[in-house]
Every structure is written in C-alpha cells, then in structure tokens.
Design a protein around this ligand. Structure first.
Ligand code: ADP
Ligand code: C5P
Ligand code: MG
Length: 209
C-alpha cells in the first residue's frame, strides 16, 4: 500500500516537473492581507491562487484521514508536516489548467521550504512579502469574521510567535538570494495593490502577461 502511494506521488512529481510552472510565494504574517491581495493579482495577472491554509481546511472538511491531525495543528497555530501540505499543493497545481501559481502561506518554515524544493524542483520566480505590524494584524484577524477556529486572541498570539520564529527565517533565506519583493501591507487595500502591481509589471513576460 505504502509503495503504491509513493509511486503515485512520484508520478505526480514527474508530471509537475514537465509542466514547469511559474511560482510566486506569497508570505507575510497572519492577517497581513495575503488572501485579499492574491484575489486582486488573479484578476489582473492571470495567476491561480493556492492558499496552503485553505487547502488544509478543505482537507479537514473532506473527512480525510489526516483531518483530525490538521485540525488540531491549526487550532494550536502549529505548522502541519510538509509531506501533507506539499501533496495538496502538488495535486492542486496538476489539476489546474494554468501554469502560473501564487502559493500563499507557504513555505511557512525551513522544513516546508527545503522539502518543496527537493520534491518539486521548483524555485519561485520571486517572493512577495507583506510587511505589517502585529498590532494591525491582530485588529484585522479579530474582525475577519470568517468563523475560523484560529482567529481568537490565544491562537493568534501563538501564530505570531510561529511566524517570527519559523517563517521569518524563510523570508531571510530568500532575501539572501535577492528574491524578496517587500510590500508595506499596513496601508489601505487599494494602496497595497498599487505596490503589488508595480512588482508584477516589473517582471518578465511569463509573470506579467
Ligand atoms: P491573510 O491571508 O494574510 O491572513 P487576509 O487577506 O485574510 O489576510 O486579511 C485579513 C483581514 O484583514 C480580512 O478581513 C481582510 O478583509 C482585511 N484586510 C486585508 N487587507 C487589508 C488592508 N490593507 N487594510 C485593512 N484590512 C485589510
Ligand atoms: O495561511 P493561513 O492563515 O490560512 O494558515 C492557517 C493555519 O494553517 C496556520 O496557522 C497553520 O496551522 C496551517 N498551515 C500550515 N502550513 C502551511 C500553511 C498553513 O500548517 N504551509
Ligand atoms: Mg489567508
């Protein structure tokens, strides 16, 4: 059984490698506006938006065998093992007819980053990084109103801590490779999108088309 699953994963990987997708990682603290801006980027630049958090929440709803584990991790603001998240991202990319993806909320830690690179061989075109104060992010999360189990003050504080300790090193890693495009995300939505547009239009044809 295990080897059959492995064979399926390997086959999916080969198909994805052949597809040579363009990937932009969208990073930033919880509530920095990643999902909001990705919706705008989709409309203007023809990307497909894949939110790792949304894919994990869909996996819980689908009643998958990993559902309870994922649910518990999300409630605690912890990062789900890469194996699970990468499989979801990989399948979503393969199922899509598109070859340009915004991967939002991933990689969340060094394990996510290294495993994604090792499995998919995909290097991001660049990393869009939304910078925002915790004070502002907290305000946004507490009024998000999407019925999320993790938008409560106790879990929010844990998520901020995980972001600083585990996710910022990933941003720094890409910064050292010159791949980070930093955006002031504390401004109103429209102003943030103006800055985002400047970043995308400055890219080569494959990204900006
Ligand atoms: P993330 O995906 O980074 O967690 P969201 O896009 O879900 O963040 O945004 C979190 C909340 O903040 C949502 O309710 C959204 O409408 C709101 N929001 C997003 N961007 C801004 C902004 N620039 N100014 C004020 N509120 C915002
Ligand atoms: O990005 P979002 O805020 O939707 O993520 C919600 C939660 O999903 C995170 O706090 C974390 O528990 C989980 N997650 C994860 N690995 C990712 C992205 C999200 O475990 N790469
Ligand atoms: Mg989001």
């Amino acid at each position: 059984m295990g080897s059959a699953v492995d064979a399926a994963t390997m086959e999916a990987t080969q198909r994805l490698i052949k597809k040579k997708p363009t990937v932009v990682f969208v990073l930033g603290g919880p509530g920095s506006g990643k999902g909001t801006q990705c919706a705008n980027i989709v409309k203007h630049f023809g990307f497909t938006h894949l939110s790792a958090g949304d894919l994990l929440r869909a996996e819980i709803k689908s009643g998958s065998e990993n559902g309870t584990m994922i649910e518990n991790m999300i409630k605690e603001g912890k990062i789900v093992p890469s194996e699970v998240t990468i499989k979801l991202l990989q399948n979503a990319m393969l199922e899509s007819g598109n070859d340009k993806f915004l991967i939002d909320g991933f990689p969340r830690n060094e394990e996510n980053r290294a495993a994604f690179e090792a499995v998919t061989k995909i290097e991001p075109a660049f990393v869009l990084f939304f910078e925002c104060s915790e004070e502002e992010m907290e305000r946004r999360l507490l009024s998000r109103n999407q019925g999320r189990e993790d938008d409560n003050i106790e879990t929010i504080r844990k998520r901020f801590k995980v972001f600083v300790e585990s996710s910022m090193p990933v941003v720094e890693y890409y910064e050292s490779k010159g791949k980070v495009r930093k955006i002031d995300a504390a401004k109103p939505i429209e102003e943030v999108f103006e800055a985002v547009k400047t970043v995308f239009t400055a890219q080569d044809d494959k990204v900006a088309a």
